[in-house]
Structure formats: structure tokens, C-alpha cells
Ligand binder design. Structure first.
Ligand code: 5GP
Ligand code: ZN
Length: 111
């Protein structure tokens, strides 16, 4: 999708600290991390929100998130996965992404 920054990252046309990629998904570090570890996992395909995503791609994103949590060393103490959907949740990039956050305490309920 033209002008989509996450499509550009997935195509290697915009610089990002990519830590994992395969045919279906890409994981990279958030530009403005909100925790000591803050990764974003995206489908290669341009899917705007969780609502247009297939069960298969959601499964891949979430299972890779838990795998990367172990690799990043945030699994034992705990971490958070977040998918923001549209305005009330604060979605700012309309290319589906899973936030993987860890390395500190998180509040509940979220702000
Ligand atoms: P959202 O608010 O849509 O759930 O999350 C979008 C996330 O993308 C934010 O955490 C923001 O910091 C991150 N982000 C926005 N632009 C870029 C970019 O160009 N590169 C990287 N690595 N992250 C970005
Ligand atoms: Zn996109």
C-alpha cells in the first residue's frame, strides 16, 4: 500500500531494526519504545486493522510474539501484547501490528 510506513518497512524501503522476518510476518523495534523492550509484529500484507485479519495470520503474529518474548529475555517476569484498533484505542498506523512490551511493570486497567 503506497504511503504505508509499515509496508515500506516490510519491503525494506524504510529503515527499521528488524529482528525477525519470514514470508508472512516481520518483527522490528518500535521507534519510540514505551518499555525497555518494545517490538512490533506485522503481517507483510497490508491489513488495516485486526478486523480484516484472518485467524491464520493472527495466530502467527501471536505465537511469534511469545517466541520473541523468550528470545528477548522478558518472558520469565512477564510482558504485554497489545493490538490497538481504531480511534478510541489510539491506533495511529493503519497496518495491523502487535505491540510486544516488556522489561517493566504495567498498570491495569490500561490508561
Ligand atoms: P499504534 O499507536 O498505531 O498502536 O502504534 C504505532 C506504533 O508505531 C507506535 O508505537 C510508534 O512509535 C511506532 N512507529 C511509528 N512510526 C514508526 C517508524 O517509522 N518506525 C518504527 N520502528 N516504529 C514506528
Ligand atoms: Zn501497510
Amino acid at each position: 500500500m503506497p504511503n504505508c510506513i509499515f509496508c515500506k518497512i516490510a519491503e525494506h524501503n524504510l529503515n527499521a531494526d528488524i529482528i525477525y522476518e519470514d514470508n508472512d510476518i516481520v518483527a522490528f523495534r518500535d521507534l519510540k519504545p514505551q518499555a525497555p523492550t518494545h517490538l512490533l509484529l506485522i503481517p507483510r500484507e497490508h491489513i488495516p486493522t485486526i478486523e480484516e485479519a484472518s485467524p491464520a495470520i493472527l495466530g502467527k503474529l501471536m505465537s511469534k510474539a511469545s517466541e520473541l518474548a523468550k528470545k528477548e529475555g522478558i518472558s520469565a517476569k512477564g510482558y504485554r501484547t497489545v493490538i490497538n484498533c481504531r480511534d478510541y484505542a489510539g491506533q495511529s498506523v493503519y497496518h495491523l501490528h502487535v505491540h510486544l512490551l516488556g522489561g517493566r511493570w504495567f498498570h491495569w486497567p490500561p490508561g
